[in-house]
Ligand binder design. Structure first.
Ligand code: AMP
Ligand code: MG
Length: 301
Protein backbone atom coordinates (compact mmCIF):
# COMPACT_ATOMS: atom_id res chain seq x y z
CA UNK A 1 0.00 0.00 0.00
CA UNK A 2 1.25 3.47 -0.92
CA UNK A 3 1.04 5.97 1.94
CA UNK A 4 0.02 9.36 0.60
CA UNK A 5 0.83 12.59 2.46
CA UNK A 6 -1.81 15.14 1.52
CA UNK A 7 -4.00 18.00 2.71
CA UNK A 8 -7.14 16.55 1.12
CA UNK A 9 -9.73 16.48 3.93
CA UNK A 10 -12.50 15.04 1.73
CA UNK A 11 -10.32 12.09 0.87
CA UNK A 12 -9.39 11.57 4.55
CA UNK A 13 -13.08 11.57 5.50
CA UNK A 14 -13.89 9.14 2.72
CA UNK A 15 -11.11 6.73 3.73
CA UNK A 16 -12.22 6.83 7.39
CA UNK A 17 -15.82 6.16 6.39
CA UNK A 18 -14.64 3.16 4.36
CA UNK A 19 -12.98 1.69 7.48
CA UNK A 20 -9.37 2.70 6.75
CA UNK A 21 -6.95 4.31 9.19
CA UNK A 22 -5.73 7.85 8.46
CA UNK A 23 -3.08 9.74 10.42
CA UNK A 24 -4.31 13.21 11.34
CA UNK A 25 -2.68 16.34 12.74
CA UNK A 26 -3.73 17.67 16.13
CA UNK A 27 -2.25 20.51 18.17
CA UNK A 28 -0.53 18.01 20.50
CA UNK A 29 0.86 15.17 18.33
CA UNK A 30 -0.37 13.35 15.19
CA UNK A 31 -3.12 10.78 15.81
CA UNK A 32 -3.78 7.44 14.11
CA UNK A 33 -7.46 7.88 13.39
CA UNK A 34 -10.18 5.33 12.76
CA UNK A 35 -13.95 5.51 12.68
CA UNK A 36 -15.71 5.33 16.06
CA UNK A 37 -18.04 2.36 16.45
CA UNK A 38 -16.15 -0.34 14.55
CA UNK A 39 -14.43 -3.08 16.54
CA UNK A 40 -12.52 -4.07 13.40
CA UNK A 41 -11.10 -0.55 13.23
CA UNK A 42 -10.07 -0.65 16.89
CA UNK A 43 -8.29 -3.97 16.34
CA UNK A 44 -6.56 -2.56 13.28
CA UNK A 45 -5.26 0.39 15.34
CA UNK A 46 -3.86 -1.92 18.03
CA UNK A 47 -2.25 -4.09 15.37
CA UNK A 48 -0.67 -1.30 13.30
CA UNK A 49 0.72 0.45 16.40
CA UNK A 50 1.76 -2.76 18.12
CA UNK A 51 -0.12 -1.35 21.11
CA UNK A 52 -0.70 -3.56 24.17
CA UNK A 53 -4.39 -4.48 24.25
CA UNK A 54 -4.79 -3.21 27.83
CA UNK A 55 -4.02 0.38 26.79
CA UNK A 56 -7.31 2.06 25.77
CA UNK A 57 -7.81 4.52 22.90
CA UNK A 58 -8.87 8.19 23.05
CA UNK A 59 -12.10 9.28 21.37
CA UNK A 60 -11.97 12.64 19.55
CA UNK A 61 -15.09 14.76 19.15
CA UNK A 62 -15.89 17.60 16.73
CA UNK A 63 -18.49 19.41 18.88
CA UNK A 64 -18.70 19.71 22.66
CA UNK A 65 -22.26 18.32 22.56
CA UNK A 66 -21.02 14.98 21.15
CA UNK A 67 -19.59 14.09 24.55
CA UNK A 68 -22.97 13.41 26.17
CA UNK A 69 -23.75 10.36 24.03
CA UNK A 70 -20.42 8.77 25.03
CA UNK A 71 -20.72 9.04 28.81
CA UNK A 72 -22.94 7.58 31.51
CA UNK A 73 -23.55 10.82 33.39
CA UNK A 74 -22.12 14.33 33.55
CA UNK A 75 -20.32 15.36 36.75
CA UNK A 76 -20.83 18.98 37.87
CA UNK A 77 -17.33 20.04 36.79
CA UNK A 78 -17.86 18.85 33.20
CA UNK A 79 -19.56 21.89 31.76
CA UNK A 80 -17.02 24.33 33.23
CA UNK A 81 -14.15 22.26 31.82
CA UNK A 82 -15.80 22.06 28.39
CA UNK A 83 -16.32 25.83 28.43
CA UNK A 84 -12.71 26.60 29.29
CA UNK A 85 -10.62 23.90 27.70
CA UNK A 86 -12.51 22.35 24.74
CA UNK A 87 -11.32 22.38 22.02
CA UNK A 88 -7.77 22.01 23.32
CA UNK A 89 -5.11 19.69 24.75
CA UNK A 90 -7.19 18.23 27.60
CA UNK A 91 -8.45 14.62 27.67
CA UNK A 92 -11.24 13.81 30.13
CA UNK A 93 -11.77 10.39 31.70
CA UNK A 94 -15.44 9.71 32.47
CA UNK A 95 -17.69 6.73 33.15
CA UNK A 96 -18.57 5.35 29.72
CA UNK A 97 -22.09 5.00 28.28
CA UNK A 98 -23.31 1.38 28.29
CA UNK A 99 -23.09 1.09 24.48
CA UNK A 100 -19.35 1.82 24.24
CA UNK A 101 -17.45 -1.28 23.19
CA UNK A 102 -14.99 -2.76 25.71
CA UNK A 103 -12.57 -3.13 22.75
CA UNK A 104 -12.30 0.65 22.68
CA UNK A 105 -11.76 1.06 26.43
CA UNK A 106 -9.60 -2.05 26.98
CA UNK A 107 -12.36 -3.43 29.22
CA UNK A 108 -12.35 -0.39 31.50
CA UNK A 109 -15.73 1.03 32.62
CA UNK A 110 -14.37 4.46 31.64
CA UNK A 111 -13.69 6.39 28.43
CA UNK A 112 -11.10 9.03 27.41
CA UNK A 113 -12.49 11.96 25.37
CA UNK A 114 -10.90 15.03 23.84
CA UNK A 115 -11.74 17.73 21.28
CA UNK A 116 -8.65 18.74 19.30
CA UNK A 117 -8.25 22.42 18.38
CA UNK A 118 -6.22 21.87 15.19
CA UNK A 119 -8.37 23.36 12.40
CA UNK A 120 -7.83 20.40 10.05
CA UNK A 121 -8.75 17.90 12.76
CA UNK A 122 -11.92 19.82 13.60
CA UNK A 123 -12.89 20.20 9.96
CA UNK A 124 -12.36 16.49 9.38
CA UNK A 125 -14.39 15.51 12.47
CA UNK A 126 -17.25 17.75 11.37
CA UNK A 127 -17.14 16.38 7.85
CA UNK A 128 -17.23 12.79 9.14
CA UNK A 129 -20.03 13.82 11.52
CA UNK A 130 -19.05 11.21 14.11
CA UNK A 131 -16.37 10.85 16.75
CA UNK A 132 -13.12 9.27 15.65
CA UNK A 133 -10.78 7.13 17.68
CA UNK A 134 -7.18 8.30 17.63
CA UNK A 135 -4.24 7.30 19.80
CA UNK A 136 -0.87 8.82 18.90
CA UNK A 137 0.33 7.86 15.41
CA UNK A 138 3.59 6.18 16.43
CA UNK A 139 4.69 2.60 16.91
CA UNK A 140 3.98 1.72 20.52
CA UNK A 141 6.86 2.84 22.74
CA UNK A 142 8.50 5.14 20.15
CA UNK A 143 8.59 8.94 20.39
CA UNK A 144 5.27 10.49 19.38
CA UNK A 145 5.08 11.99 15.86
CA UNK A 146 4.85 15.77 15.56
CA UNK A 147 5.20 16.04 11.76
CA UNK A 148 3.72 14.10 8.83
CA UNK A 149 7.24 12.83 8.02
CA UNK A 150 7.50 11.29 11.51
CA UNK A 151 4.30 9.34 10.94
CA UNK A 152 5.64 8.13 7.60
CA UNK A 153 8.77 6.86 9.36
CA UNK A 154 6.62 4.51 11.50
CA UNK A 155 3.75 3.62 9.14
CA UNK A 156 4.99 3.86 5.55
CA UNK A 157 3.03 1.34 3.50
CA UNK A 158 0.78 0.42 6.44
CA UNK A 159 -1.87 3.16 6.19
CA UNK A 160 -3.26 4.79 3.02
CA UNK A 161 -2.99 8.43 4.03
CA UNK A 162 -1.44 11.01 6.34
CA UNK A 163 -3.38 14.29 6.50
CA UNK A 164 -0.65 16.92 6.54
CA UNK A 165 -1.31 19.76 8.94
CA UNK A 166 2.31 20.86 9.36
CA UNK A 167 4.31 20.54 12.58
CA UNK A 168 2.22 20.22 15.77
CA UNK A 169 2.13 23.43 17.77
CA UNK A 170 2.34 21.89 21.23
CA UNK A 171 4.42 18.81 20.49
CA UNK A 172 3.60 16.71 23.56
CA UNK A 173 0.46 14.73 24.39
CA UNK A 174 -2.64 16.13 26.10
CA UNK A 175 -3.18 16.47 29.83
CA UNK A 176 -5.32 13.52 30.98
CA UNK A 177 -7.78 14.48 33.74
CA UNK A 178 -9.95 11.94 35.53
CA UNK A 179 -13.42 13.09 36.61
CA UNK A 180 -14.29 9.75 38.18
CA UNK A 181 -13.93 10.78 41.82
CA UNK A 182 -15.31 13.76 43.70
CA UNK A 183 -11.96 15.44 43.28
CA UNK A 184 -10.75 15.49 39.66
CA UNK A 185 -7.14 14.34 39.32
CA UNK A 186 -4.44 14.44 36.66
CA UNK A 187 -3.37 11.04 35.29
CA UNK A 188 -0.92 12.39 32.69
CA UNK A 189 0.59 15.89 32.92
CA UNK A 190 0.44 18.14 29.84
CA UNK A 191 0.53 21.76 28.74
CA UNK A 192 -2.73 22.48 30.59
CA UNK A 193 -1.39 22.51 34.13
CA UNK A 194 -2.84 21.47 37.46
CA UNK A 195 -2.87 25.15 38.51
CA UNK A 196 -4.81 26.19 35.40
CA UNK A 197 -7.47 23.54 36.05
CA UNK A 198 -7.64 24.39 39.76
CA UNK A 199 -8.15 28.05 38.88
CA UNK A 200 -11.04 27.26 36.60
CA UNK A 201 -12.71 24.76 38.96
CA UNK A 202 -11.93 26.85 42.05
CA UNK A 203 -10.89 23.72 43.91
CA UNK A 204 -7.75 21.69 44.61
CA UNK A 205 -7.30 18.63 42.42
CA UNK A 206 -6.92 15.20 44.01
CA UNK A 207 -3.70 13.24 43.72
CA UNK A 208 -3.69 10.09 41.65
CA UNK A 209 -2.46 7.04 43.52
CA UNK A 210 0.15 5.07 41.57
CA UNK A 211 -2.36 2.29 40.92
CA UNK A 212 -4.93 4.54 39.19
CA UNK A 213 -2.60 6.11 36.65
CA UNK A 214 -3.64 6.04 33.05
CA UNK A 215 -2.93 2.49 31.78
CA UNK A 216 -0.51 3.76 29.16
CA UNK A 217 1.74 5.28 31.80
CA UNK A 218 3.11 1.96 32.95
CA UNK A 219 4.83 1.16 29.67
CA UNK A 220 8.24 2.34 28.49
CA UNK A 221 7.22 5.24 26.36
CA UNK A 222 8.37 7.98 24.08
CA UNK A 223 11.74 6.26 23.76
CA UNK A 224 14.17 6.41 20.84
CA UNK A 225 16.62 3.60 20.05
CA UNK A 226 19.35 5.78 21.54
CA UNK A 227 19.98 5.48 25.26
CA UNK A 228 18.61 8.53 27.08
CA UNK A 229 20.24 9.79 30.30
CA UNK A 230 19.54 12.77 32.51
CA UNK A 231 22.43 14.96 33.68
CA UNK A 232 22.34 17.64 36.36
CA UNK A 233 24.20 20.94 36.95
CA UNK A 234 27.01 19.37 38.96
CA UNK A 235 27.68 16.53 36.50
CA UNK A 236 30.41 16.88 33.91
CA UNK A 237 28.91 17.35 30.44
CA UNK A 238 29.70 14.32 28.21
CA UNK A 239 29.86 16.18 24.87
CA UNK A 240 32.15 13.55 23.38
CA UNK A 241 29.83 10.63 24.16
CA UNK A 242 26.69 11.68 22.29
CA UNK A 243 24.20 14.53 21.99
CA UNK A 244 23.56 16.91 24.87
CA UNK A 245 20.13 18.58 24.88
CA UNK A 246 19.35 21.57 27.05
CA UNK A 247 16.08 23.37 27.76
CA UNK A 248 17.91 26.23 29.45
CA UNK A 249 20.07 28.71 27.58
CA UNK A 250 23.12 28.65 29.80
CA UNK A 251 24.62 25.34 28.71
CA UNK A 252 27.03 26.29 25.93
CA UNK A 253 27.49 23.76 23.14
CA UNK A 254 24.25 21.92 23.90
CA UNK A 255 21.39 21.49 21.41
CA UNK A 256 18.49 23.66 22.57
CA UNK A 257 15.10 21.97 22.88
CA UNK A 258 11.56 22.78 24.00
CA UNK A 259 8.17 21.04 24.15
CA UNK A 260 7.62 21.46 20.45
CA UNK A 261 10.81 19.87 19.14
CA UNK A 262 11.64 17.34 21.87
CA UNK A 263 10.25 14.25 20.08
CA UNK A 264 11.60 15.47 16.73
CA UNK A 265 15.10 15.59 18.19
CA UNK A 266 14.80 12.07 19.62
CA UNK A 267 13.76 10.82 16.19
CA UNK A 268 16.58 12.76 14.54
CA UNK A 269 19.09 11.20 16.95
CA UNK A 270 17.98 7.77 15.73
CA UNK A 271 18.18 8.72 12.06
CA UNK A 272 21.74 9.94 12.66
CA UNK A 273 22.65 6.80 14.63
CA UNK A 274 23.44 8.71 17.80
CA UNK A 275 23.82 6.09 20.50
CA UNK A 276 23.42 8.25 23.59
CA UNK A 277 21.33 11.36 24.25
CA UNK A 278 22.01 13.30 27.45
CA UNK A 279 19.36 15.70 28.71
CA UNK A 280 20.51 18.50 30.95
CA UNK A 281 18.04 19.00 33.80
CA UNK A 282 18.50 22.50 35.21
CA UNK A 283 16.28 24.50 37.56
CA UNK A 284 13.86 25.73 34.86
CA UNK A 285 13.31 22.38 33.16
CA UNK A 286 12.90 20.63 36.51
CA UNK A 287 9.68 22.63 37.05
CA UNK A 288 8.20 21.69 33.65
CA UNK A 289 6.10 18.75 34.86
CA UNK A 290 4.79 17.58 31.50
CA UNK A 291 8.11 17.67 29.70
CA UNK A 292 9.93 16.10 32.67
CA UNK A 293 7.38 13.28 32.63
CA UNK A 294 8.15 12.54 28.93
CA UNK A 295 11.91 12.86 29.52
CA UNK A 296 11.83 10.40 32.41
CA UNK A 297 9.74 7.95 30.36
CA UNK A 298 12.07 8.22 27.38
CA UNK A 299 14.95 7.42 29.72
CA UNK A 300 13.08 4.28 30.76
CA UNK A 301 11.77 5.62 34.06
P1 AMP B 1 -2.05 7.96 23.25
O1 AMP B 1 -3.06 8.86 22.66
O2 AMP B 1 -1.58 6.87 22.38
O3 AMP B 1 -0.90 8.71 23.85
O4 AMP B 1 -2.76 7.19 24.44
C1 AMP B 1 -3.89 7.63 25.09
C2 AMP B 1 -3.64 7.78 26.56
O5 AMP B 1 -4.91 7.90 27.24
C3 AMP B 1 -2.93 6.56 27.11
O6 AMP B 1 -1.99 6.94 28.08
C4 AMP B 1 -4.10 5.79 27.71
O7 AMP B 1 -3.69 4.92 28.73
C5 AMP B 1 -5.00 6.91 28.24
N1 AMP B 1 -6.38 6.46 28.39
C6 AMP B 1 -7.23 6.09 27.42
N2 AMP B 1 -8.41 5.68 27.95
C7 AMP B 1 -8.29 5.78 29.29
C8 AMP B 1 -9.15 5.50 30.39
N3 AMP B 1 -10.38 5.03 30.21
N4 AMP B 1 -8.68 5.70 31.65
C9 AMP B 1 -7.43 6.19 31.84
N5 AMP B 1 -6.58 6.49 30.83
C10 AMP B 1 -7.00 6.28 29.58
MG1 MG C 1 0.92 7.43 22.63
Amino acid sequence: METEISKNIDKAAQLLNQGHLVAIPTETVYGLAGLFGSIETYNQIYEVKGRPSDNPLIVHIGEKSWIYDLIDSAPTSLEILLDHFFPGPLTLILKKAYHISPSLTANLPTIAIRMPSHPLALELLRKVGHPIVAPSANLSGCPSPTRAEDVLEDFNGKIPMILDGGPCQIGIESTVLSLLDNKPCILRPGIITEEAIENVLQTKLGSSGKEVLSPGMKYRHYAPKAKVSLIYPHDSVPFSSGWVLSFENELKGAIPFNHQNFYQLLRKADRENISHVFIFVGPILSKEKALMNRIQKSAGG
